[in-house]
Design a protein around this ligand. Structure first.
Ligand SMILES: CC(C)(COP(=O)(O)OP(=O)(O)OC[C@H]1O[C@@H](n2cnc3c(N)ncnc32)[C@H](O)[C@@H]1OP(=O)(O)O)[C@@H](O)C(=O)NCCC(=O)NCCS
Length: 159
């Protein structure tokens, strides 16, 4: 399992229960429909498909991302970088780490939904090889916004 890898002063590791208050705070700063602490607790304790990673800088959580790994497809549930750290290629580093982890776990493709208005995230996904494949109408309940569905192929693992 890819539990811990470092590059520079950045560290990626799997999310622990103790991280949840900080993650939920980041979630509230990042999303119109933030997940609750309870939702994260359920993911970590009950959902065997769930893999959640945190990105730390000097021991401080500055981002996180989650995915469900099902058969050979990884479905990203959420990804966010703390507002003060955005625009420094850290979201890109985090997503690359998630893609690497998914490939390591045997996933061949990765998918996600993103608000049609969220061009920043869409640019990031397109940069890392995601392409649009469809729309889920009125997917977001706060404003009935549509979701764009995107998919990327993951590199095969050498044996
Ligand atoms: C989406 C998010 C994770 C990106 O993280 P980030 O660290 O700010 O992004 P990066 O600095 O790594 O940028 C990577 C790429 O994203 C795109 N991007 C980032 N900021 C952008 C901006 N202000 N305008 C347009 N594109 C932007 C670009 O393609 C960029 O690559 P480039 O710099 O070579 O052009 C971050 O903005 C975030 O947490 N947003 C709130 C939560 C969210 O919307 N999550 C996605 C839900 S589907």
């Amino acid at each position: 399992m890819v539990g811990h890898s470092e590059s520079g002063d950045l560290c990626f590791r799997m999310m622990q229960l103790e991280d949840i208050p900080a993650i939920a705070a980041l979630e509230r700063e990042s999303f119109a429909l933030p997940w609750t602490e309870e939702a994260f607790r359920n993911e970590l304790l009950q959902n065997h498909f769930a893999r959640y990673m945190v990105m730390e800088c000097d021991g401080v959580i500055i981002g996180y991302g989650g995915m469900w790994t099902i058969v050979d497809e990884a479905h990203i549930t959420n990804i966010a970088v703390r507002p003060a750290y955005r625009g420094r290629k850290l979201g890109e580093r985090l997503l690359r780490e998630m893609m690497k982890t998914a490939a390591f776990l045997g996933m061949r493709r990765m998918t996600l939904e993103v608000r049609v208005s969220n061009t920043i995230a869409q640019n990031l996904y397109a940069k890392l090889g995601f392409a649009p494949s469809g729309v889920r109408k009125r997917y977001y309940s706060d404003n009935n916004e549509d979701a764009l569905i995107m998919w990327a192929d993951l590199p095969g693992q050498k044996v």
